[in-house]
Design a protein around this ligand. Sequence first.
Ligand code: FAD
Ligand code: NAG
Ligand code: NAG
Ligand code: NAG
Ligand code: NAG
Ligand code: NAG
Ligand code: NAG
Length: 494
Amino acid sequence: MHSTVALCLGLLASLAQGVAFNKHAALEDCLSGSKTAVDAIDSDDYTRDVAPFNKRLQFTPATIAVPTTVEQIQSAVACGSKLGYKVTAKCGGHSYASLGLGGEDGHLIIELDRMNSVVLDKETNVATVQSGTRLGHLAAELFAQGNRAISHGTCPGVGISGHVLHGGFGMSSHSRGLALDWVKGMDVLLANGSLIHASAEENKEVYWGMLGAGSNFGIVTSYELNTFEPPANVTWFVASLPLKQNTTVAALEGIEDYVRNTMPAELNMRLYATRQFTQLEGIYQGNKTELEAVLKPFLSKIGGTLATSQTVTWIKGLEHFATVKLNQTYPYTQVQEQFYGKSLELSGLNGTAAKSFADYWFNVAKQETAHWYLQVDFQGGVNSAVWKADSELTSYAHRDKLYIMQFYISTTSTPETGFDFVNGWAEATTSALEADDWGMYFNYPDTQLDRAKAQEMYWGKNLARLQKLKAELDPNELFYYPVSLNPEAALESL
Ligand SMILES: Cc1cc2nc3c(=O)[nH]c(=O)nc-3n(C[C@H](O)[C@H](O)[C@H](O)COP(=O)(O)OP(=O)(O)OC[C@H]3O[C@@H](n4cnc5c(N)ncnc54)[C@H](O)[C@@H]3O)c2cc1C
Ligand SMILES: *[C@@H]1O[C@H](CO)[C@@H](O)[C@H](O)[C@H]1NC(C)=O
Ligand SMILES: *[C@@H]1O[C@H](CO)[C@@H](O)[C@H](O)[C@H]1NC(C)=O
Ligand SMILES: *[C@@H]1O[C@H](CO)[C@@H](O)[C@H](O)[C@H]1NC(C)=O
Ligand SMILES: *[C@@H]1O[C@H](CO)[C@@H](O)[C@H](O)[C@H]1NC(C)=O
Ligand SMILES: *[C@@H]1O[C@H](CO)[C@@H](O)[C@H](O)[C@H]1NC(C)=O
Ligand SMILES: *[C@@H]1O[C@H](CO)[C@@H](O)[C@H](O)[C@H]1NC(C)=O
């Protein structure tokens, strides 16, 4: 009895393997027929392209295709679609959940980082940017070609696509908005094989959906970006904020009042804490004298002191937060860390919620010896360009939130302990909040959420409309990943 069962299972398994093998061979044939290069297993290219930023989440793709033209992207996607593979675009590979590798094994990966041209039109100041470009290369080129810029995050290896399709907050965002606010238009390859142009005038619903949830609907091949002329000089700064358990709630309430009502547009700032220290850091679009006039009265109210500041050129300001060289192109060796991270987008943090957050910080986090950090980006406020932008134009669901908060812990030894640590802190923070006052940021995705919860957290009030668009554009879920928009949910509610 026993052995028969085992035999049958063995036979079924080998049959399944045979099918998988043929399917895979057919994929390789299809790709080579369409003249799309693939990374040979164990080549240097494969080793670099398969390496995720988060080493905890290594997945094995079916194949990594490396197109260098739009036609090759189209053919490669058609091959995957025809042969029943899930297809995933990878740009900078910096997703916290390794979503650029599909977030699971077996996807056909469309590796885009060979396609990184940036061309600034000096008449219109609109840049045409291929979708495999990294942020640091984009910044270096915009500046070199015509003294222009967009606002974006701090890490130069991050890819433009993951970043602008889901948000993009950095050290010029309070002054100039999210990275996605600079996207004028884009060319998108849809699941049905059509390459369309989406902008605020053309295919408006696709444009809306792409800017906030873009990984769900298609593969962008190229962007048109509006740009601004950056200030010649900026001043970066660090202020120390030595909080105590009994001063933290008052400090948080002081910060909230300042960020919401007073913080000037020129100031860009975040709170950054580890077990050893807590500081405010940022970039002021002005000189040192002006920075001091703005910052010192605020710092004295919350018990902080300006520790260092320096006026530098725009590019040096970007390099200061990048910590490595800006101009990152192919071949790119992925920086890797092994960690668990989670985000919260919050309307505010005061009273009972602030007390609960602070108690966890001092009673639990200060005792945790694994490396962790807490980061609170000051996204909103009456003077913030993020708040001033039109919230109806894009599907980024948390534009109205004051803070983007991030909890991060290294999980080199025991991941489970890290999960408990981070989730405990987030729960302590949200337990006293109303549901409307918090959500999560897709660009710092949480691997411990189930699909339904994750969609609700990332896309909040826009979820039903996004699911409907998913059902229209990708009903068979060619662009599936573990927390992608669920088209069934839209169909069920019809
Ligand atoms: C070290 C580090 C620093 C960071 N700093 C910041 C920061 O300062 N501010 C901030 O807001 N965020 C920051 N992030 C988060 C970052 O914005 C996101 O991880 C972003 O999604 C990464 O984009 P990527 O292209 O590098 O990632 P990938 O892993 O390549 O892709 C991420 C997602 O986008 C999809 N995608 C990629 N290309 C395309 C395309 N052409 N068309 C459609 N979908 C596509 C992928 O399929 C995947 O779902 C940081 C992340 C890291 C690791
Ligand atoms: C960035 O690096 C690429 C590749 O090395 C190079 O071709 C390009 O000129 C550089 N751009 C700038 C602005 O330095
Ligand atoms: C694909 O879908 C888009 C958007 O709905 C549509 O404009 C286009 O005509 C479709 N293409 C094909 C080949 O059906
Ligand atoms: C920028 O700073 C440099 C010195 O660091 C100075 O010479 C220059 O005048 C400054 N430019 C502006 C516009 O403030
Ligand atoms: C906070 O506690 C310390 C002792 O740990 C005490 O010296 C200080 O006065 C307290 N501060 C406030 C604002 O209660
Ligand atoms: C800083 O800027 C102000 C106003 O723009 C100017 O009056 C002042 O001279 C500048 N200070 C320095 C040190 O450059
Ligand atoms: C306190 O926080 C809530 C969100 O949690 C926010 O709506 C409210 O405006 C905040 N109150 C103050 C006084 O800032």
